[in-house]
Design a protein around this ligand. Structure first.
Ligand SMILES: [Zn+2]
Length: 116
C-alpha cells in the first residue's frame, strides 16, 4: 500500500470528523455522535496521516541519495558519483572512496580536517 495515499486518506478523514462529528448511517438508522471528542480523535487521525507522509518521504530520499557520495583520500574533496563517473579525483588523479565510513577507516584525516 502506498504510504502517501494512506496519509492523505487519514488526514482527510480527520478533517471530516472535526468539521462534521455527527454522521448519519441511513442503511442501519444509526447516528454516531462524535462531537464530544471529535477534535482529539480527528487530531490523532491527522497526526497518524502526517506521520505516514513523513515516513514515505524519509524512505524515498534514503533510497535516492545514500550511495552516491565519494571523497578523495588526498584532498578530502567530496564528490557526487554522477559528477565523476570514473571515480577519480580531478585534482589528484587518485581513486575516490565512498564517503560512508571514510573517517572510520582513516581517523587521521579527521584530525587534519578539524585542525585547519
Ligand atoms: Zn583529490
Amino acid at each position: 500500500m502506498n504510504l502517501v495515499f494512506v496519509g492523505f486518506i487519514l488526514i482527510l478523514l480527520g478533517i471530516i470528523i472535526i468539521i462534521n462529528p455527527i454522521s448519519h448511517d441511513y442503511i442501519w438508522g444509526y447516528i454516531s455522535d462524535l462531537s464530544d471528542y471529535n477534535i482529539p480523535l480527528g487530531g490523532l487521525i491527522i497526526a497518524v496521516g502526517i506521520y505516514a507522509l513523513y515516513l514515505s518521504t524519509k524512505t524515498e530520499s534514503k533510497k535516492s541519495n545514500e550511495p552516491d557520495y565519494f571523497i578523495c583520500p588526498s584532498c578530502l574533496h567530496p564528490v557526487v558519483e554522477s559528477d565523476v563517473p570514473e571515480l577519480r579525483c580531478l585534482k589528484c588523479n587518485l581513486d575516490l572512496e565512498p564517503i560512508k565510513g571514510f573517517y572510520e577507516r582513516h581517523p587521521e584525516k579527521k584530525e587534519s580536517l578539524t585542525s585547519c
